[in-house]
Ligand binder design. Structure first.
Ligand code: AKG
Length: 315
């Protein structure tokens, strides 16, 4: 598939939701609605996650991944997705990256998070960011519901009883120029409600599929990339799109941060009545935890089976 370096995903100004100007709010809601239908992705500027906090996360992340591999391997947690990982990939495609994954602070298994002793202060910085991201992703979910013409409280009723949130710090090591644009993270969609992503050190690499072309997401200073996940696609019966994305190699080290806003594992997911009044449901009901388990097998090393996607539940 061709790569389009010219096109850009929509950019939306979050200050429209803060300043109290009703016209600006209505316009921004319409922009979000269009972006979620057409792209499944947008970049948000003037969001509430402070630039200094993002800088602190970048610093901690750099320092952690600069440690010798043996020290990082101390944080491998067998049989669990959390902690350090430097080997993943499926269907013969190896992800050339390392990452640290944590359960969100409201996740029932948060106590199992594995914390590095070095760099000093890492846990405090990451927990503060996770707290911010959890609050901001709830707010954004309410904004997406409002853009859909639903009450923001609707979100509270359908998924807020427990949390499946997680927080990822990936590191994509620099590659020699000849290998630029090789895949480092295979194409996939996200399995939750929505994802907040920061290209922390502004090295590009993230690409989004649109009309059979890969569009590079150009890093904008202090912006957040927001993307719709599979759950939002099911809730809206396909109106909002969970879109394929991937990461390609670059000549520079690349650091990013992703917060996956995910319903708790016992939450039942199905198209909302509001979207099935005039058309049949496109998905059957499923339980979030079951879907997450199926997806985890997708990316486990050596898995040769066909990837399980949300189409597994299509009717
Ligand atoms: O690092 C990035 O830019 C994207 C990460 C991502 O898509 C993922 O880990 O699911």
């Amino acid at each position: 598939m061709a790569i389009d370096e010219e096109a850009s995903i929509p950019v939306i100004d979050h200050s429209a939701f803060v300043l109290g100007d009703e016209c600006a709010r209505v316009k921004a809601l319409a922009e979000i609605d269009r972006a979620c239908r057409d792209w499944g992705f947008f970049q948000l500027v003037n969001h509430g996650l402070g630039a200094d906090r993002l800088e602190n996360i970048l610093q901690c992340t750099r320092d952690f991944f600069a440690l010798p591999l043996e020290r990082k391997l101390d944080l491998v947690t067998p049989m669990s997705p959390i902690g350090f990982l430097n080997q993943s990939g499926a269907s013969g495609v190896v992800d050339r990256k390392e990452h640290l994954l944590f359960f969100g602070l409201d996740h029932p298994s948060v106590r199992h998070n594995a914390w590095p002793e070095s760099p000093h202060g890492f846990r405090g910085v990451v927990e503060e960011m996770m707290r911010e991201c959890a609050a901001f992703s709830k707010l954004l979910t309410r904004i997406l519901f409002e853009a859909l013409g639903l009450s923001g409280d609707c979100a509270r009723e359908i998924y807020n009883k427990e949390s499946g949130d997680s927080f990822l710090l990936p590191f994509y090591p620099a590659c020699p120029p000849d290998y630029e644009h090789e895949l480092v993270l295979g194409q996939h969609k996200d399995g939750g409600i929505l994802t907040l992503l920061s290209q922390l050190n502004e090295v590009p690499g993230l690409q989004v599929l649109k009309d059979d072309r890969w569009i590079t997401v150009k890093p904008l200073k202090n912006s957040l990339v927001i993307n719709v996940g599979d759950v939002m696609q099911v809730w809206t019966n396909g109106r909002y799109k969970s879109v394929m994305h991937r990461v390609v190699r670059r000549e520079n080290d690349r650091f990013s941060m992703a917060f996956f806003h995910i319903p708790g594992s016992s939450t039942e997911i199905a198209p909302l009545e509001e979207f099935t009044a005039h058309e049949p449901p496109k998905y059957r009901k499923f339980v979030q935890g079951e879907y997450i388990q199926l997806r985890m097998k997708n990316r486990s090393m050596g898995n040769k089976a066909k990837e399980v996607t949300i189409e597994h539940y299509a009717v």
